[in-house]
Design a protein. Sequence first.
Length: 357
Amino acid sequence: MEVQLFIQVMNFLRQESERQLLLKKYTELEGLLKDASANPDSNFSDEIFGSKERLKSYLLHNNPSKMGEDAFCVFKKFDTNDVFGEPAANFIDFLFKAKSNDYLSLSNAIGVKSKMLSKQMNAVSQFYEVFEQVIIADLIDNPEPVSLNSGLYLFFEGDLTVKNISELERYTRIWNGILQSFAELSGCENQALEFTGLQEKSNILGVSMEESTLDAFMRGSLGILSSLYIIEKIRKIQLDLSPLILSNDYYQMLEEEIDGVIDNTAAAVVEELIANYYKSDPADVETVAENLNRSLKQILNFADKGGRFECMPIAGSLEGEALNKGLADSFLNIRRSHQNSVREPKQDVAVETEMAQ
């Protein structure tokens, strides 16, 4: 089995695991069938039909066969119970024709599919907790591999999955600004930040940069990402307060607290970065600090929306490896936190700062 095909399949399963949409559609249909079986005098036919068609539509729209013949052959080794794609949709059609109005049998059959899918999604999540500790780009069997002596790989995942050329252009423009601010900090502002290309079907963008710039970037990222722990605590309080009718708008007050946490953390990290790395003209330090402050907030927004990055420090750099390990742990904690929380959509900080320029 080629590693690249394996990663492609696992990325598909991972997205389904994180979205949970397919599982919800299975369980919704199972629940309606149970209700219909328990209440034979009630008419659930329209609701059941609608739920069945929504499930089939999702299965056909997110058909793993669209990955290509080779990848689909690999995928079938995982989906031996036909819970995904066209085979699952065909099974549902066959099931409803064979069982007709036998709602108990239908419920049991759909329930079996739900349990199989749930078990598979749990296995995928556990797999990625280990797999994410490895730099995926190093495993990809690329016929023309691009090796980064020093740089990072950007993973556009979650809400940041690249869907078209316009989004790719926007993301690269934003990240060019972020990384350029760290290049200015480290005194490498004349270096070429070389994007090595979006790897096919994987939404991974490689960037080559000087070691000192990468080191500053890793330290700055670790610093700003540390604020997410406090932010998640505040969001949990917002969620707990939301059902209550209170005389004060505590939700907005807590939102302002989140902004304060971000501003204070970014300011502290910028101050530390300037003290440790900036050696250029003192007259330019204010501009460099402003650019870094904006970039740190964009990095935070990128991570909060599901994106992540894995760095490639110079081989043998113990300090660089330690920083990279810290970042990997941070992203793992962020993913776990997002999976365990229900949050309202946040405004895109990167968009705000881009529009303000």
